[in-house]
Design a protein around this ligand. Structure first.
Ligand code: 6LW
Length: 517
């Protein structure tokens, strides 16, 4: 017996999907415009989660070019069938229809390598897969409803997949439009078969405050589905915005080998008012069955800070569970770039990286020279030690990033006696300077972000001295409540020549992520 702490994965790990193979659990989450895409985690006890790879880790798999922030890879579903892992997902906002939309990938091992995508003839988002015991395979997903009376609503469709041709076949069945008449958007559908009955789990209410989980059941996979009178079977929308965890929904079920049932789902932890800078995180709740219906968090009815997992021993948390801290080494799977592999502009050296400065900047929906990690803690110190001969108009910095339009940058500019650290807030595409301090010389520079709840301090200094305050800002300007979109914040190092040709090389000697809470 072990008490497992929620969230399972702090920081921007939304839309979790889980499956089990023997004694092993595997979990994936959404990654939007970040690369590599779709982290894969492994656990044997639901408590300790080790990241073992990514589904999308080669640039020949998907083309993210031009995909703006909060587009890209939406909610994936991970399943295992017949000795293979199956992943179905959507690449959103890719203008070229032959390289965007819903796709399938397969792999022998969850850690990869994963196949090239097989594009499916289906619109909408949140696709899922169900393998029936008669050998038939069913894809389902959600999309804007076609019926005019359901204007601005979604509908859940089910269609058969030919697993050899890897193509959708036969008629489409629209099976669900939501259980709740007072809320909107049935999405994140997942089908299961339990004791001969088909269950359809779906999120409703949108992925914010009104998020909820509903369930329906049927005798045939294509319906008709009848909703539970207990719907919504899980929500925190009635707890108010002061609840420790809000917006719970987007659940996926798994049965453990001891016959117990569990759900992973997303939720947010607001702080400093109704703002959740860490984004949508992955949580765990126990599930039991009563009268042929699932009961989420029985006896409690809500997501709790700790969950008793009878078969868990002493948890072995992985780095993404954010219990380790300090230097983030180059081989750490938490590193992410934007839209393309870091290898296009970075190579590892010792504890850090050598970055080739690029003309593209954090303002562009392209691949700037950016390497970052999720902000996973409200209270955290992030420190980067950089060395570079920065040319005119060039920036080497540390960014707290929401999107192209919303981020804060602390950067080194100029050289020699003119060198300084500048802090800039980019808000809805408009930039304002928050502060500037001189940094004369040409030695290594320390750039630091110190977050204490919603108070962020930006500091800069030379390597052997204490960094000096450059500016402070209120973190509430950057979270998705303030900016829109689906993401939590990232903190990372970047190097841009702001559009000019450049040959500048940047040495990131060390990058430290140190939770202090
Ligand atoms: C996801 C949808 C949603 O596809 O937000 O959780 C979208 N709700 O189901 C992006 O995460």
């Amino acid at each position: 017996m072990s008490l497992v702490g929620n969230p399972l994965l702090p920081g921007c790990y939304p839309d979790p999907s889980i499956c089990r193979v023997g004694e092993d659990f595997y979990l994936v989450t959404s990654t939007f415009e970040y690369f590599p895409g779709l982290p894969v985690f492994h656990s044997r006890d639901l408590a300790g989660w080790q990241q073992i790879g990514h589904v999308v880790d080669r640039s020949d798999q998907l083309d993210y070019e031009g995909i703006a922030s909060s587009g890209g890879l939406y909610a994936p579903t991970l399943r295992h069938h017949d000795g293979r892992f199956w992943l179905i997902c959507t690449l959103v906002d890719q203008q070229d229809a032959t390289r965007g939309g819903n796709f399938l990938m397969t792999a022998e091992h969850a850690a990869g390598p994963w196949s090239a995508p097989v594009w499916l003839d289906a619109d909408g988002i949140d696709p899922s897969l169900f393998f029936d015991d008669d050998g038939r395979v069913w894809v389902h997903g959600t999309r804007l409803a076609r019926e005019p009376q359901w204007h601005d609503q979604t509908e859940v469709w089910v269609r058969e997949l030919d697993p050899v041709a890897m193509a959708l076949v036969g008629p489409e069945h629209v099976v669900w439009n939501g259980a709740l008449r007072d809320v909107v958007w049935a999405e994140a559908p997942h089908l299961y078969k339990v004791d001969g009955t088909y269950y359809l789990l779906a999120a409703e209410g949108g992925t914010e405050f009104h998020h909820a989980v509903s369930v329906a059941r049927a005798d045939a996979v294509t319906g008709p589905y009848v909703g539970s009178r207990g719907n919504p079977v899980l929500t925190h929308r009635h707890l108010g915005r002061g609840s420790e965890v809000v917006g719970v929904g987007h659940a996926d079920l798994v049965e453990a080998s001891d016959g117990s049932w569990w759900a992973v789902l997303l939720g947010m932890r607001p702080y400093g008012g109704y703002h959740y800078n860490l984004g949508r995180e992955t949580f765990l709740v126990p599930v039991t069955w009563e009268d042929g219906w699932p009961v989420f968090a029985p006896g409690r009815g809500r997501v709790t800070a700790q969950v008793e997992v009878p078969f868990a021993g002493t948890p072995r948390p992985g780095p993404a569970q954010a219990t380790t801290s300090g230097i983030v080494a180059p081989d750490d799977l938490r590193w992410t770039s934007l839209r393309a592999p870091a290898s296009t502009f970075a190579s590892s050296t010792g504890d850090g990286w050598r970055l080739t400065m690029l003309p593209s900047s954090l303002r562009d929906p392209s691949t700037p020279a950016f390497l970052g990690v999720r902000q996973q803690h409200a209270d955290v110190d992030v420190r980067a030690v950089v060395r570079a001969a920065v040319g005119p108009g060039e920036e080497v910095g540390l960014a707290v990033r929401q999107s192209e339009a919303h981020h804060v940058r602390l950067y080194v500019t100029g050289s020699g006696a003119e060198r300084s650290a500048v802090a800039v807030h980019r808000h809805a595409g408009v930039e304002s300077t928050l502060g500037q301090v001189p940094l004369p010389g040409d030695g290594a520079v320390v750039l630091a972000v110190r977050a204490r709840g919603q108070e962020y301090a930006l500091l800069a200094g030379v390597d052997d001295g204490d960094p000096l305050p450059v500016a402070t800002f209120d973190g509430r300007v950057l979270d998705s409540v303030a900016t829109g979109g689906f993401l939590g914040l990232w903190v990372g190092v970047y190097a841009t020549s702001n559009g000019r040709p450049t040959g500048t090389t940047v040495h990131l000697d060390r990058f430290e992520y140190q939770p202090t809470g």
